[in-house]
Structures are given as structure tokens and as C-alpha cells.
Design a protein around this ligand. Structure first.
Ligand SMILES: [Fe+2]
Length: 191
């Protein structure tokens, strides 16, 4: 499958941003342009799992500097409270999701910080150690699939991070990817 034109342009924008100062906000601007139009994500990368949210790897930088995923929510699905450990940018492509930042160190149950906020299609959010790295995210729609496009400063599906259970404590967590034979990574964008 050839790489969608809009995704190829976004990959190039991320590479350009990473070569300059303050890349995260510039990647956010490029991601806002990518999710402004919901006409490029192949349907195979937009399929929900009936039991849990899942993410498809769209592109991993060969040098390991970033990865791009489509994050697909079934109706009503949500994450546990989790961290990332790297910078990230989330852009809402379809539907809506809510994000609630938390304080958590494992010594007590996670504590909500402020109010949850809702991402609508075309909107982006910066996350990471600078902006807030621990949150819970949910599909805001009880009866429809929602999809967001995420960029992280590492190969996020293979990155060691943490989940903070509601009862307290901390668990190691590696999210993995849902890709199968029908959903290969777009790794040959510029060959
Ligand atoms: Fe997250």
C-alpha cells in the first residue's frame, strides 16, 4: 500500500521540525493541518477492537526519533491512567475524546488535576514531561468510533512506560501495536 499523500507530507514536516529548534509546537501545527481533513486514513487502520482501544503504527522513523500512530477507540472505551516519558502530540481526526491529567507516583491512588478536556476533530494537544505526562483518555462518544493521530518522540509501541492503577501502585507497560498483514507500517515513504 502506498503511503497516503497527506501522511507523506506530514512525515516530511516532522523531519523538518526535528532539524530545527522547538520541534514539538511545529509538529503540532503540522498535525493540525493533517487532521483538518478526514479523507486520507485507509480504512484498515481505522478498525476498532471490540474489547479494547488499539493503535496502529503508521510510520516509525528509521533513526528512532519519532513514531506516528492511529489510535482507534471503540464506543465507550478508555485507557487506564498512564504516562509516556517522551514528548507527544495528539490530533483528533474523527469523533471526540476526553483527556484528564493526573498526578501519580504509585504511593497513592492517582489524583485528577483540573478538569477533563475534550478534543474535537481538527484540534491538537501537546503532552509530555513539560506539559503533563500522566493522563487518562477516553472515547467521548458512547455509540461511535473515534480516531486520533499521535506522534511521539520514540517508537511508542515498544517504549517502556507505566500504568497507575486506580487503587494505587505502578505497573510497567508496553503498549504494542495492532498491525497485521493488512496494515503494514508505511515505512517506505521516500524510497
Ligand atoms: Fe496517553
Amino acid at each position: 500500500m502506498s503511503v497516503p499523500e497527506a501522511l507523506a507530507a506530514f512525515i516530511a514536516a516532522v523531519q523538518t521540525a526535528l532539524a530545527g529548534p522547538a520541534p514539538q509546537p511545529r509538529i503540532g501545527e503540522a498535525l493540525a493541518r493533517l487532521v483538518a481533513h478526514d479523507d486520507w486514513l485507509p480504512p484498515a487502520y481505522a478498525q476498532p477492537h471490540p474489547d479494547h482501544y488499539q493503535q496502529y503504527l503508521l510510520h516509525a522513523d528509521p533513526a528512532g526519533r519519532f513514531s506516528i500512530v492511529s489510535f482507534v477507540w471503540g464506543p465507550g472505551q478508555q485507557t487506564p491512567v498512564h504516562d509516556h516519558g517522551v514528548w507527544g502530540v495528539v490530533g483528533m481526526l474523527r469523533g471526540a475524546e476526553t483527556s484528564q491529567f493526573h498526578a501519580a507516583d504509585g504511593s497513592a491512588p492517582p489524583r485528577a488535576l483540573g478538569k477533563p478536556h475534550r478534543l474535537q476533530p481538527g484540534q491538537i494537544e501537546l503532552i509530555g514531561p513539560e506539559q503533563g505526562d500522566i493522563h487518562r483518555v477516553a472515547n467521548a462518544l458512547p455509540d461511535a468510533v473515534s480516531i486520533s493521530i499521535h506522534v511521539y518522540g520514540t517508537d511508542i509501541g515498544r517504549h517502556k512506560r507505566h500504568v497507575y492503577p486506580d487503587a494505587g501502585g505502578v505497573k510497567p507497560f508496553i503498549s504494542g501495536y495492532a498491525n497485521g498483514p493488512e496494515t503494514p507500517e508505511f515505512s517506505a515513504a521516500f524510497t
